[in-house]
Design a protein around this ligand. Structure first.
Ligand SMILES: *[C@@H]1O[C@H](CO)[C@@H](O)[C@H](O)[C@H]1NC(C)=O
Ligand SMILES: *[C@@H]1O[C@H](CO)[C@@H](O)[C@H](O)[C@H]1NC(C)=O
Ligand SMILES: *[C@@H]1O[C@H](CO)[C@@H](O)[C@H](O)[C@H]1NC(C)=O
Length: 819
């Protein structure tokens, strides 16, 4: 801050004044004083220097004259000293003028004398160098080459010479130094020199201090804060944080998921670190599946991944910054398998039906099993339910054969739905099931079977012809033709009757019809076999035995065996002695009924008697006994009508007339008879016929006696060989025999009674022991089997020749009586 301008003007004024004063004064006084001294600084002794008396000073009107300017000095009139009236700043008064001279005059008024006074103000270092701003900002790009110069602010120091600015210093640093230059007018100025390249990425700014100093004593300095800001240059390429990105993704991740995030860094800043990602060397397919967000570097799934389609994708990733710099990286995406495919079961061949007799191991189907997954996920196990008679066998590779493993039976299961399940080993595992329907074809493996092993049926005799007798039903679990049953009667156990004339069977329905009206008295039971045969090929059959019992109906009237109905006109005569006691057994009516049971249960009753009350008849025995002693008035010949009735519904009956003659002996009886016969036979020529008859009968008797004797002897010998038994009845059903044996029993007991009564009357009547035979009971000899007989007696009767005599006598006697 100088006052050049002012100095020039003042100089011109001074010149004018000086010219005037020069004309007046002779000399000039010189003083010197430093600037910035305190007020009252003693500049010089004016009185002494002007050779003036101290006391004269005030009287002579001495004063300082300064042409229009500030009066810096004043006079002390008492001492004659001149002193400064104020602090004087040289820089203020003189600026950069080298010699700062203050000229003024001292005028002595009374003597009209002017004295020139020159005071030189000397410089002191009272000003420090100063920058016009304390801070300075410098922006330098990091790419600026070394040696570049950057101007700095200049410092100013108003002092002079050594007190003025001498130079600059820069604070210590690594990159910069000062370059000093001098202007044409000799001023020094400093420039900042870049000695070492800048790197924003290391240091973004540098703080320097520029110090300006002068040469005064003491040294004064001024400082400038230089803030160097390093500007970014795109000197760093972006760098991926991985040279290769390898990721594994499951094939089933959802669309929109982030597969991998690329990350690159760029040390630069601003636009230089604005990164853009891109994918290169990518297949068209992959570019549809993967989408790269160019700003974030995220690779996002945009399509469906399928391990089965492609297991890995490889591409190149690039990143570019705002400039031309870029980096490359490799991205490899491995697709891992997920069990997303269920196994497939493909039936390559199959049959729909198998016969039930197929042996185990018969192939039903050939299957191929596939799974599009890999490793464990593609390991497939096939199975069929254990409860089915099938199994899977591996044949070749992933081919399975479905075969039977047991015997099949259509009668148990006719169709199978074979479920084949294929399961893979993934987690979780997937499975597929298919159903193979299989029809089991029938084989005629079951014969028709009757529910019972034998059947019994009953049919009342005298049935209608064509009546259905019985129904049979056999079951055949086979199917259709194999279950169509034909019935037939195959065998009769009655060899002599052709069964086909008796019974027929409806071959379809199994109903048995009677072809004839059966007669219980002819057939009591019929045994036959019924065969059921199915329609299979070969056909199977079974048979069952059927017994048809004919039930009795009361269709037979009782038949009276004894006394026999006379065929030759004569009637049987029973003998009863006069002396008979009450209860004497006169005779026994013997009747049989061909029916059986109740229908053959006979009862006897007296219908009519000559002398009612004289005889009684046992209700069931048929024995006719006397009820009282005979009286003389009783007729010698008693006639009894006996009714024999069975117990059937309705009952059937027969009657017989029994003639009882009251006589003690045969001759008597004969005379009695003749006497009795007379009225009975009113014919006049009866005696003649009688004589002829007696003679004829006698002759006949003798012949008969001889024949009988011979017969008896033969039979007796035979009976010795094989004792009498049921053997002779072997051909006849026992039940048929019951009636006859019953009659025999009656006859035996009758004969026994008869012989006893004859014995008791000392009669020689006795029946020899005879064998049973098919001769009529009335003609049978009586068997004597009496507990009351002694062994001796029995012996006598058995095989004794006397016995035969007795027997003959008996017969003779009987004949006699009959006559
Ligand atoms: C200024 O300083 C220089 C060196 O410091 C010295 O040689 C010179 O004499 C000095 N000048 C004055 C006028 O003091
Ligand atoms: C087999 O499957 C068919 C069709 O689903 C069905 O009609 C039939 O009843 C099934 N048979 C068996 C034995 O389960
Ligand atoms: C009847 O069946 C049995 C076994 O069931 C058999 O032994 C017999 O031969 C068959 N009879 C006829 C006549 O077929």
């Amino acid at each position: 801050m100088t006052t050049f301008h002012w100095d020039c003007k003042m100089g011109a004024v001074f010149c004018l004044i000086f010219v005037n004063i020069w004309q007046v004064v002779t000399g000039q006084i010189h003083y010197s004083m430093p600037e910035e001294t305190e007020k009252g600084y003693l500049v010089g002794n004016i009185a002494k220097d002007l050779k003036l008396e101290i006391k004269e000073l005030s009287h002579r009107g001495v004063h300082i004259f300064s042409s229009g300017r500030t009066q810096h000095f004043a006079l002390n009139y008492k001492s004659g000293h001149m002193y400064s009236t104020e602090r004087i700043d040289r820089e203020e008064i003189c600026g950069r003028v080298e010699k700062c001279l203050l000229d003024f005059e001292i005028i002595v008024g009374d003597s009209m004398k002017v004295y020139g006074v020159r005071v030189e103000i000397t410089d002191i270092n009272d000003n420090a160098p100063r920058f016009h701003s304390e801070k300075m900002k410098l922006k330098i790009s990091e790419s600026t080459p070394t040696g570049s110069l950057f101007p700095l602010y200049e410092a100013q120091d108003p002092d002079l010479g050594n007190n003025s600015l001498q130079g600059y210093k820069l604070s210590s640093n690594t990159h910069f130094s000062l370059n000093m230059e001098t202007t044409v007018d000799g001023r020094q100025y400093a420039e900042l020199l870049l000695e070492k390249p800048l790197d924003r990425e290391k240091e973004t700014d540098h703080n320097l201090v520029l110090t300006a100093y002068d040469g005064g004593i003491p040294l004064r300095t001024g400082t400038l804060q230089v803030h160097v800001i390093v500007l970014d240059a795109n000197d760093n390429p972006p760098v991926f944080n991985q040279r290769i990105y390898e990721v594994c993704v499951e094939e089933d991740i959802s669309i929109g998921s982030t597969v991998v995030t690329l990350k690159a860094t760029d040390l630069d800043e601003g636009i230089n670190k604005e990164l853009k990602y891109s994918l290169m060397k990518i297949t068209a397919k992959a570019s549809q599946i993967f989408h790269l967000d160019s700003n974030t570097g995220e690779i996002i799934l945009a399509g469906n991944l399928d391990y089965e389609d492609s297991t890995q994708y490889e591409m190149e990733a690039q990143v570019h910054d705002g400039g031309e710099l870029f980096d490359k990286s490799k991205v490899v995406i491995f697709v891992t398998d997920v069990n997303d495919n269920a196994p497939e079961v493909i039936i390559t061949s199959v049959i729909n039906s198998v016969p039930e007799n197929s042996p185990p191991g018969t192939a039903i189907a050939l299957l191929n099993v596939r799974d599009q997954d890999s490793s464990n996920n593609a390991e497939v196990v096939c199975s069929v339910p254990n409860n089915l008679p099938f199994q899977l066998t591996t044949s070749y590779g992933s081919y399975y054969s479905l075969v039977t493993n047991r015997a099949l039976d259509r009668e148990q299961v006719t169709t199978y739905n074979i479920t084949i399940t294929a399961t893979d080993h993934g987690t979780p595992s997937l499975s597929t099931s298919i159903i193979i329907p299989l029809l089991i074809l029938d084989i005629n493996d079951n014969p028709p079977l009757f529910p019972q092993s034998s059947y019994i049926s009953y049919l009342i005799e005298n049935n209608q012809r064509g009546a259905s007798v019985f129904s049979l039903k056999a079951n055949d679990p086979d199917w259709e033709e194999n279950a169509r049953i034909m019935y037939s009667i195959i065998k009769s156990q009655m060899a002599d009757f052709p069964l086909s004339s008796l019974l027929s069977i409806n071959s379809e329905t199994g109903i048995i019809y009677a072809l004839t009206a059966f007669d219980y008295e002819q057939f009591r039971e019929i045994n036959f076999l019924v065969k059921a045969q199915d329609g299979g090929s070969p056909s199977l059959s079974s048979n069952v035995s059927v017994t048809l019992f004919i039930l009795d109906q009361n269709d037979n009237t009782p038949e009276i065996l004894y006394p026999s109905v006379p065929t030759d006109g004569s009637t049987g005569v029973e003998l009863a002695p006069h002396s008979s006691e009450p209860g004497y057994l006169v005779t026994k009516v013997v009747a049989v009924d061909a029916d059986s049971g109740q229908n053959a249960w006979l009862s006897y009753q007296l219908l009519k008697a000559t002398e009612p009350g004289l005889f009684s008849i046992g209700l069931h025995t048929g024995e006719i006994r006397t009820t009282r002693f005979f009286l003389d008035k009783d007729a010698l010949r008693q006639s009894l009508v006996v009714l024999v009735k069975d117990n059937g519904q309705p009952p059937l009956s027969a009657s017989v007339t029994v003639t009882v003659v009251l006589a003690d002996s045969i001759p008597e009886s004969l005379s009695d008879i003749s006497s009795i016969s007379a009225p009975a036979d009113p014919q006049s020529d009866l005696p003649f016929y009688l004589v002829v008859a007696v003679a004829f009968v006698s002759c006949l008797f003798f012949i008969f006696l001889l024949v009988l004797l011979a017969l008896r002897l033969r039979r007796w010998r035979n009976s010795q060989l094989y004792d009498s038994g049921s053997g002779n009845f072997s051909g006849v059903p026992v039940s048929q025999f019951v009636g006859i044996s019953g009659v025999q029993a009656f006859l035996h007991s009758y004969c026994h009674d008869f012989s006893l009564t004859t014995d008791s009357q000392k009669s020689n009547f006795a029946f020899p022991k005879g064998t049973s035979s098919d001769i009529l009971p009335s003609q049978q000899p009586c068997e004597i089997r009496d507990p009351f007989l002694s062994a001796e007696d029995t012996k006598r009767f058995n095989g004794d020749s006397d016995n035969i005599q007795v027997s003959c006598l008996c017969l003779w006697c009987k004949i006699e009586i009959m006559l």
